[in-house]
Design a protein around this ligand. Structure first.
Ligand code: LMR
Length: 395
């Protein structure tokens, strides 16, 4: 029976990263998967993570299962990190959360609860969105609709079109929003626009579901969460899927959290009980290593301060790179790339066609997604000239 299953094409992101790894060109440039790389092209381990890991290794006395909801320090720390310590929803006891295997696991748990609450829920996703959103949420049984978001002509958010489309989102529907550093386009909502979305939730009754995987890589930890914090003050209910892959560099440790802002404390508890049953049928128990590290950092003042300073440096380097990429591309092509400097986080579209992106790979060993999404952090002082002249060549 299994021999009926055909070989599937590689994942559009991970497959290109694998192709880049295999390319033996000495000047290859890998701008595919969203993994932070330093000036030497390495994805470093945060010093705060190494220190927390050493402490845990000394203290660990068991490898028995984690509690089903995960580490308490981690869950409480993530709630504070996302919402801010004094947030009214926290003070009102309306927030609960479970640890999940990465941001993907967190998204999946949220989707399972949406489906349990309303099997007919339509999930509104931005056009474009991270391609994995669709199989990840869709395999639960949810349907999708697109709202217009990124305008390639202006390299910005077409907010009027977004609002026009979301006027059709009904009570019982879900609107998936990127908390910051939009993946793939890097164009974010302003705080004022988050306020308009909150007005729409109040008027129309749809459920906001915020995916935030890049907190701290745009303008800073608090600034990047300002939109979701505002929403959580105004709306009765929402779900947040958060990840420590990027902002703590815990990619392979699969460290994420699903956070519920509920109408009442009782409902917040009920949602956790639902999440535990959903997790039990999908992966049973959460992994420990990453969440214990993250939890330790978030409760330990010294480690927390060290981690924050490392994250500020990482974010600063990304923003410096954005300026350098703009300058090099403008010099090489005589075209306007100011939008690269204005966008946030790890990703931007270069605005090339798929044919041009393919030529960049085949003729110049410069790897980006066919949509021309680049990982800004893959650029460094050694490869930036080759990158810019290759882009100029295909333009
Ligand atoms: C990306 O978009 O490149 C990252 O979120 C990694 C992934 O899993 O796709």
């Amino acid at each position: 029976m299994l021999d009926k299953l055909e070989r599937l094409p590689p994942d559009p992101i991970l497959g290109l990263a694998a192709a880049a790894r295999e390319d033996s060109h000495p000047n290859k440039v890998d701008l595919t998967v969203g993994v932070y790389k330093d000036e030497h092209g390495l994805c470093p381990v945060f010093e705060a993570v190494t220190k927390a890991q050493e402490l845990l290794a000394q203290e660990e006395v068991t490898k028995a299962y984690m509690p089903p909801a995960g580490s308490e320090d981690f869950n409480a720390g993530m709630q504070r990190l996302l919402l801010g310590a004094g947030h009214p929803a926290l003070a009102g006891g309306r927030v609960s959360s479970v640890q999940a295997p990465g941001g993907c696991g967190a998204l999946r748990i949220g989707a399972e609860l949406v489906y349990a609450a309303n099997q007919g829920a339509k999930v509104w996703v931005s056009d474009p969105t991270w391609p994995v959103h669709i199989p990840l949420l869709g395999s639960v049984g949810l349907e999708f609709a697109n709202y217009r978001y990124y305008d390639p002509a202006t390299h910005g958010v077409n907010f009027d079109a977004m609002v026009e489309d979301l006027q059709q989102a009904a009570a019982g529907d879900v609107v998936l929003l990127h908390g910051c550093c939009h993946n793939p386009c890097g164009a974010d909502l302003t705080l004022e626009q988050w306020g308009v979305i909150a007005d729409m939730v109040e008027a129309q009754g749809f459920l906001p579901y915020v995916d935030i995987a890049y907190q701290g890589l745009g303008d800073g930890l608090d600034q990047d969460a300002a939109g979701l914090r505002l929403l959580a003050e105004r709306v009765p209910e929402m779900i947040v899927a958060a990840s420590c892959s990027k902002n703590m560099g815990l990619y392979r440790e699969r460290t994420g959290a699903t956070i519920f802002i509920a109408k009442t404390p009782e409902s917040a508890e009920a949602l956790v009980s639902q999440a535990l049953v959903a997790a039990r049928r999908v992966y049973s128990m959460p992994p420990s290593h990453g969440a214990l590290i993250a939890g330790r950092i978030l409760v330990d003042q010294e480690l927390d301060a060290l981690w924050r300073s490392e994250l500020v440096a990482m974010c600063g380097r990304i923003n410096d790179l954005r300026k350098a990429i703009r300058d090099k591309l403008e010099a090489a092509t005589q075209r306007d790339f100011a939008f690269i400097e204005n966008e946030k986080g790890m990703f931007s579209f270069l605005g090339l066609s798929a044919e041009q992106a393919i030529r960049l790979r085949e003729e110049h060993s410069v790897y980006m997604l066919n949509s021309s999404r680049i990982n800004i952090a893959g650029v460094n002082a050694k490869n930036i000239d080759h990158f810019a002249s290759a882009v100029a060549a295909v333009l």
